[in-house]
Design a protein around this ligand. Structure first.
Ligand code: NAP
Length: 282
């Protein structure tokens, strides 16, 4: 039987319609005030500039505003912290996105952690990660939270399943593993020092590829009937998992492109709307 396609593009589009309605309702209740996402881009990396632009465009599509802040590549940690502090204290700003990566002279972790919990709609702070891991309220890190929303929308059962997450980065692998654990999956986290990776992946009911290498996870490592989630995206239009030979023997998979990618931006705006609803018109 052909596998179910976990279509992130379609889900993101459908959710945008719902979010547009929520923003319209919010404006109607508050003299036209819409949630505002502040995006901070430091330096002139073209890929980062494109991501920030896509995030701003997504805000516009649902009737929300974005405040675009562009800082020079020479910005210091203190200067960036001062800007974040200003945005934390601006009652008109409901979410703050600091585009990763920042130039290397900046202490990125310190800057992420300076974002106030209420405005951490991209889910990048240590405090937010800790709270999420403990099952407390916090905005989720956008990419893994987007994956969880996608799995939920397609009724993929997680409880009691063995999930193998390949990758342990702060923005993807680690929060992904904690979210799956929170959903009662049994989780194995793999990384560059893991021994016997193919054997571990073979045990997985759910595989998450978050490695950053094109088709690194081979199709023959994945068992029949597994659920395959591929967070990677590379210029040759493939992800981190060798997907093509799997489409007829796994139970569900995220296409590349059109699976995980659209859900990341969608989760960012989803969480900004939630933040706006909490503070506007209260
Ligand atoms: P990252 O920070 O480079 O982390 C890669 C992870 O893979 C690390 O934990 C690393 O292990 C592990 N790894 C590297 N080589 C390995 C090997 N030979 N065997 C096992 N594990 C290995 O990357 P990331 O930011 O998490 O991103 C991962 C992927 O997701 C990339 O393809 C990226 O483009 C994609 N991504 C997509 C979105 C989206 O919106 N769609 C967002 C973010 C990222 P160590 O920790 O031991 O070094």
């Amino acid at each position: 039987m052909p596998a179910q396609i976990l279509d992130g593009k379609a889900l993101a589009k459908k959710t945008e319609q719902e979010l547009a309605q929520r923003v319209a309702d919010l404006k109607a209740r508050s003299n036209g005030q819409a949630p505002i996402l502040a995006t901070i881009l430091v330096g002139d990396d073209p890929a980062s500039a494109t991501y920030v632009k896509m995030k701003g465009n997504a805000c516009e599509r649902i009737g929300m505003e974005s405040l675009r802040i562009e800082l020079p590549a020479s910005t210091s940690t203190d200067e960036l912290l001062a800007k974040i502090d200003e945005l934390n204290n601006d009652p008109n700003v409901h979410g703050i996105l600091l585009q990763h990566p920042v130039p290397e002279q900046i202490d990125e972790r310190r800057c992420f952690d300076a974002i106030s919990l209420e405005k951490d709609v991209d889910g990048v702070t240590c405090l937010g990660f800790g709270r999420m891991s403990m099952g407390e309220e916090a905005y989720g890190c956008a990419t893994p939270k987007g994956i969880m929303r996608l799995l939920e929308a397609y009724d993929i059962e997680l409880e009691g399943k063995h999930a193998v997450v390949v990758g342990r980065s702060a923005i993807l692998g680690k929060p992904m593993a904690m979210m799956l654990l929170g959903a009662n999956a049994t989780v194995t986290i793999c990384h560059s020092r893991t021994k016997n990776l193919p054997e571990l992946v073979r045990q997985a009911d759910i595989v998450v590829g978050a490695v950053g290498r094109p088709e690194f996870i081979k199709a023959d490592w994945i068992k029949d009937g597994a659920v395959v989630v591929d967070a990677g995206y590379h210029p040759e239009k493939v992800g981190d998992i060798e997907l093509e030979p799997l489409v007829d023997r796994v139970s569900a998979y995220t296409p590349v492109p059109g699976g995980v990618g659209p859900m990341t931006i969608n989760t960012l705006i989803y969480q900004t709307v939630e933040s706006g609803e909490k503070s506007i018109g209260q």
